[in-house]
Design a protein around this ligand. Structure first.
Ligand code: FAD
Ligand code: GLY
Length: 370
């Protein structure tokens, strides 16, 4: 007889693992199937910023609301995960310093002025906090709540804790086929076939094929990001430096993570010399002393993007046993706790914020990405 689970999850990145953790903790019998190694794809490539303010456009919109709510969930999650897994997810203090070189950039940043979480600092105050910063900035917006975590540590902690609550996690187990019929959902893998009451597709940028197999026409495309890390030979950075798509993040280990390029539709996750050169050039304009620092490593990851750059979090429009949690683009680390809670609540039949569900619904009207 085939083994039966309450919930099967495809994909062991931070999103799938957060879902496994939340459901196993709620008492569900869960299996998570990972094609390679847990957390080693896009999740490991991330800088780990919880950039609800820094990454948003509107600061009044749904992304900001959900991002702020997910940031808040990290507060409890880090304590719970420490207890449940023994792993410290290494939340930093300090937040993000979003710098401006021109009056126009200052004006754009100061649209956040009405938020109590935003503080405009003139160049001299920024310099006092961060002597490493470039001389030609005119100031910066300090957002102390946009802290960062260590993405792989979060994923590993969720994994250990999910297993502690009884989840089965299988690495090197790609899902080959999903079959829907009225009686059951059947998942075929290289390790055998399982049945389940609910299925969640959380396979990052590789989720597209499951949309097709499950009768939907939605797709995802990669936006490759290349990064380099160096050993910080100077004083630790008090805040993440952020400008455009470029950032410098201080890790506990003494490394600085420097990112990242934005290359749509590149499917190979290897960094190129040109990409790394561009990242180093931009970061040197923000913090000239990085030029002297020894290189640790270079890497790349594929951000899973949808046509409107918002994730799909919710039910299959025609089969409520099937759910999707994918397309988290630049913000999967930030949104992982809230995504886990939303999918858990949908499966448990609990109330979920309708406005959020609507914004992330599969089948919403999406503006074309330009
Ligand atoms: P993944 O981590 O890619 O996991 C999906 C998993 O599914 C993979 O492990 C894959 O092997 C598995 N899989 C695929 N097909 C199958 C199959 N058939 N069967 C079984 N398993 C399968 N976000 C932030 O919030 N803050 C940041 O600072 C940040 N920085 C970033 C920097 C860079 C350079 C990049 C590239 C991304 C960054 N992101 C950041 C975005 C974040 O990394 C992603 O949104 C997030 O990792 C997506 O997680 P995921 O679990 O959906 O995907
Ligand atoms: N959120 C940072 C990045 O995607 O590069």
């Amino acid at each position: 007889m085939k083994k039966h689970y309450d919930v099967a999850i495809i994909g062991g990145g931070i999103i799938g693992m957060s879902i496994a953790y939340h459901l196993a903790k709620a008492g569900k019998k869960v299996i998570l199937l990972e094609a390679n190694e847990v957390g080693k794809q896009t999740t490991s490539a991330a800088a780990g910023m919880l950039g609800a303010h820094a990454e948003g456009e509107g600061h009044e919109d749904i992304f900001f609301q959900v991002g702020r709510a997910s940031q808040a969930l990290y507060e409890k999650l880090k304590v719970d995960l420490r207890h449940e897994s023994g792993i410290d997810i290494r939340t930093s203090a300090g937040g993000i310093m979003k710098v401006a070189f021109t009056e126009e950039e200052k004006r754009a940043l100061c649209r956040m002025q009405h938020l109590s979480t935003f503080q405009w600092l003139e160049a001299s105050s920024v310099k006092k906090r961060m002597p490493q910063i470039a001389d030609d900035i005119i100031g910066a917006g300090l957002i102390e709540d946009d802290v960062h975590v260590e993405p792989y540590a979060v994923c590993r902690a969720l994994w250990q804790a999910a297993v502690w609550y009884g989840a089965d996690v299988k690495e090197y187990t790609p899902v080959i086929e999903v079959k829907q019929d009225k009686k059951a959902l059947t998942i075929r893998t290289v390790e055998g076939t399982f049945t389940c009451d609910h299925l969640t597709v959380a396979s990052g940028v590789w989720s597209g094929r499951f949309f097709g197999e499950l009768g939907l026409s939605h797709s995802l495309y990669p936006v490759k990001g290349e990064c380099v890390s160096v050993w910080n030979s100077g004083p630790a950075l008090a805040h993440t430096i952020y400008h455009g798509h470029c950032y410098v993040v201080q890790r506990d280990s003494g490394k600085l993570v420097i990112g990242a390029t934005m290359k749509p539709n590149e499917w190979h996750a290897l960094p190129t010399l040109g990409g790394i050169e561009a990242v180093i050039q931009k970061a040197s304009q923000l913090m000239p002393s990085i030029q002297e620092m020894p290189i640790d490593q270079c890497w790349a990851g594929l951000r899973p993007a949808t046509s409107d750059l918002h994730p799909y979090i919710g039910r299959h429009p025609d089969d409520e046993r099937i759910l999707f949690a994918t397309g988290h683009y630049r913000n999967g680390i930030l949104l992982a706790p809230m995504t886990g809670e939303i999918i858990r609540d949908l499966i448990l039949g609990e109330t979920v914020n309708e406005e959020w569900l609507d914004a992330f619904r599969i089948g919403r009207k999406e503006a074309l990405f330009e």
